[in-house]
Design a protein. Structure first.
Length: 583
């Protein structure tokens, strides 16, 4: 038994060397990544069935008390049997591929060992596919694991030879010979088969971990490259940005050359072939046009396919990576290599990662730009809604004054011109200093004094340190106008509006109060947040002011309305202290 165990361990080493080579083959790794279907089941069954046959030839022929360690085993005589490792490949097939793969591999390996003959050919031939089928069903209990752990595989591997020995004791004869043989080969086969299965599963797990580690490294590399070239591409595809991106890519990817194109021409070419691949050349290659049209990564494996007319060009292969922005292809990154063999799975994975990362980031940048433009357009629209409201009222007053007091009408027209000039200056930017906003308000009050000289008075109390804080333009004037049009409407005389601006900590507090009729209670909770649609007015001016404050300075800057106990309305809001450079 000791001699047989040593021989089987030696053969096990040869078998595991073959298993190690098998795990290095790309086809085997690809099979591990595929879903088990009919086609992959056949491939698995054939591969592990052949491995089982190799395990048969790695066995030792036992003839009575003699052992035959020859590597090439001929058909056995009626009194011989093989102490084999056939079950290693079959069990592994079942554990990886399930019952169908285990059964298929077992049929192939079992048919072969049955054809070898010997007094136990029938039970051994039956036990091999049966073991593969059972291993496949056992693997379902560990379906959450991609590859079963070595400790579990070792435990399962112990039962495979036991099943074979049991069938031999039941079906083979003569009984005395069977018992002698089982006593002789049982323990060595259990030991070597279980250890081989555990080591084989370990090799597979290591192979998968290497594959995942390689993929992770390539993903990290793609992230790093994309992060470095994005600042250039975000500026747009120009000869300057394309040249900078190409230089960086060639250094990071280790390609023979890198080119960047837009939809019509070559923008930059760095590396081998730069003397005849010149910027400004029109795109003529069919492969380039296909990549631009379909937006897919294309692979060219000859100079002719790449569209190069120079016969001595050293660039024989390339990967064409499309650059997308907002769903549309805007250009190509071309990674050139000297030989087609230099384009492997790693290079293709890197190209795919670069394409996705760069395209997604450019799309996000475009989206942010569009959001900014839309927000700016919305604010312009809100500002445009406020000024006509005041303009029409003032023009109506001027029309009336022309008949009553032409000189005063002239003065009011001049003040209106000053007010509109200030308005045009302020609305060219989303935020202005409080100082300029107050100048704009005072120009408005000059007009209001003419229209409502006897009805009310406006008093402004401006604290220190508030002038340079930033505020949306046209914020204060609509609030004063709202107080005049609604709060003081029913007061022919004695009206008063008080504006207070003070600094409190890191914010500027604005409060505007009047002694008018106040705000109807049902409107207090919605005024400023939406147009009111009331009989007194639709509240569009106050609503627009509130929208701009919240959009530009955050929800803490929204208007707060309340009624004073002694009568009248109080409007408060605060803005953070932002200087022009921080804004």
């Amino acid at each position: 038994m000791d001699n047989l165990t040593l021989l089987l361990i030696e053969r096990m080493g040869i078998l595991l060397t073959l298993a190690f080579i098998l795990t290095r083959i790309p086809l085997f790794r690809q099979l591990l990544d595929k879903e088990i279907q009919v086609g992959t089941s056949i491939s698995y069954s054939l591969m592990f069935g052949l491995f089982g046959i190799a395990g048969t030839y790695a066995g030792v022929v036992v003839a009575g008390d003699s052992l035959s360690p020859a590597f090439w085993i001929f058909p056995l005589s009626p009194g011989d049997i093989i102490a084999n490792s056939t079950l290693v490949g079959v069990v592994i097939g079942g554990l990886l591929g399930g019952p169908l793969v285990g059964l298929g591999a077992g049929i192939i390996a079992g048919a072969h060992i049955y054809g070898m003959g010997g007094f136990a050919a029938v039970p051994v031939g039956i036990s091999v596919p049966m073991t593969g089928l059972l291993a496949g069903y056992v693997a379902r209990f560990f379906s959450q694991e991609r590859v079963i752990s070595p400790s579990k595989a070792l435990f399962i591997g112990m039962f495979a030879p036991v099943i074979q020995m049991s069938l031999m004791l039941i079906m083979a004869g003569p009984p005395d010979l069977v018992r002698t043989v089982v006593n002789q080969i049982g323990v060595p086969m259990v030991l070597t088969n279980s250890i081989s299965i555990a080591i084989f599963t370990t090799m597979i797990r290591v192979a998968l971990q290497e594959q995942e580690r390689t993929a992770a490294l390539e993903a990290e590399r793609a992230f790093t490259i994309a992060e470095r070239i994005l600042p250039h591409l975000k500026l747009g595809l120009t000869p300057q940005t394309a040249q900078a991106a190409a230089l960086l890519l060639q250094r990071e990817v280790k390609a023979a050359a890198v080119a960047v194109t837009d939809l019509e021409q070559l923008l930059a070419h760095v590396g081998a072939g730069a003397e005849h691949h010149l910027p400004g050349e029109a795109i003529v290659g069919d492969l380039d046009k296909r990549a631009l049209l379909l937006g897919s990564i294309e692979k060219g494996l000859s100079r002719e396919v790449l569209g190069c007319s120079r016969k001595n060009c050293v660039l024989q292969a390339a990967l064409l990576v499309p650059i997308r922005e907002g769903g549309s292809v805007v250009g190509l990154i071309k990674l050139y290599f000297r030989r087609p063999q230099q384009i492997g799975k790693v290079q293709e994975a890197l190209a795919k990662g670069l394409s996705n990362l760069i395209s997604n980031q450019l799309t996000l940048t475009l989206t942010e730009k569009m959001k900014g433009l839309m927000k700016d357009a919305e604010l312009r629209m809100l500002q445009a809604q406020i000024h006509p409201h005041f303009l029409f009222n003032t023009l109506n007053s001027i029309v009336t004054l022309i008949r009553i007091d032409p000189q005063l009408a002239r003065h009011m027209t001049v003040q209106l011109g000053n007010f509109m000039r200030l308005t045009l200056k302020l609305t060219s930017t989303p935020l202005v200093p409080v100082r300029q906003e107050l100048d704009h308000l005072f120009a408005y009050l000059e007009i209001i004094k003419i229209r409502f000289s006897e009805q009310f008075a406006v008093r402004c109390e401006i604290g220190e340190g508030v002038e340079e804080a930033l505020i949306p333009p046209g914020t204060l004037q609509p609030l004063v106008e709202n107080s005049i049009q609604h709060g003081l409407r029913q007061m022919p005389t004695g009206g008063e509006i008080i504006l207070t601006v003070v600094k409190e900590g890191d914010a500027i507090l604005f409060s505007m109060e009047d002694n008018g009729s106040g705000v109807p209670p049902q409107l207090l909770s919605i005024l400023g947040r939406m147009p009111t649609g009331s009989k007194e007015g639709n509240g569009i001016g106050v609503h627009n002011v509130n929208q701009r404050l919240v959009s530009l300075l955050g929800p803490d800057a929204q208007l707060v309305f309340s009624n004073k106990s002694e009568g009248g309305c109080l409007i408060t809001f605060s803005i953070p202290i932002l200087k022009e450079e921080s804004a």
